[in-house]
Design a protein. Sequence first.
Length: 360
Amino acid sequence: MAIVFLVAGDPGQRTGGYGYVRRIVDGLRRRGDRVHLQGLEGTFPDGDARACDAMDSALDALPDGTRVVIDGLALCGLPPLANRHLERLAVMALVHHPLADETGLDEAGQAHYFATEKAALQAIERVIVTSPFTAERLNVYDVPPSRIEVVIPGVAPPSQTAPDSPLQPGDPFRFLCVATLGPRKGQDLLVSALTQCVDLDWQCSLAGSLDRHPDYVTSLRRQIDEAGLGDRVHCVGELDDEGLDQAYRSADVFVLPSWYEGYGMVITEAMAYGLPVITTTGGALAHTASSEAAIKVTPGDVDALAVALRQVMTMPGRLQQLVAGAASERRALPSWDDAAGQFKGAMANLIGDPPSRALE
């Protein structure tokens, strides 16, 4: 039986969520499954008429019994779906983190996404999430644990671990943050924390899309310039695989100051390169890396973040502890082939449930 993954917009987008889907699709194909990955036109996650029509048409075109995995950003198109889809197709939702938890939403926006996603999840009844934290978070959406399967992301082992050139006396300390530049990712907090460390010699690369939150990027660039850090903090934009590989291998410490993550794939990706991590306890980040490999601070606590940055730059023993912890954790990280196998098992477990109940 064929498996179809439906995502919002271009499936090739370079974010953690889209990367997760592509890796799972590739892994299932290597296992011999017939898998189709389809992007849906329209505006997401708000769900305009074009998006709803695209969802409706995509599902109408599938033969009975097809296994369909709908990514969380596309769930907005589900509440108006006709009963015919849920009765004849094995539909599953893939939730990275609830849309209502996105940073920067006002009360009305949170209420809208909460109601929309809750309706969709109750209609589908079969849900795959990328972390135990998100599974627990779905309790408030009235999704019982019996209808949820957890498949955490894998990692692709790099050909060479970081650093590409070990830090030498007199070299600047090299920080790396890989994340779309946007409010939830907290790059502005990182810049504020680095401002407290101007007496030390460091460089910081912010790798990630500059196009998704243009107002935030404009404000961030202004913050960097006003702090006099234009020659030390670099917004390098979205990197391809080769560029990311080079960035990881050139870094000394990885930093992700997010307010909230449903998992935080870049954390395990960094540890796969042997990089120690500075991050927060926002959402699943409290659990994604162990305390042996990461310093974790409260989201939004700029002073604590600055202390962590200063620690790794001025306390060689502390840095080596974290490097050893990252190396140990790296050996235990699951591969994407492992994740694909778990995903296939999760689908089988969910399909064994009673047929989906159509919307009232």
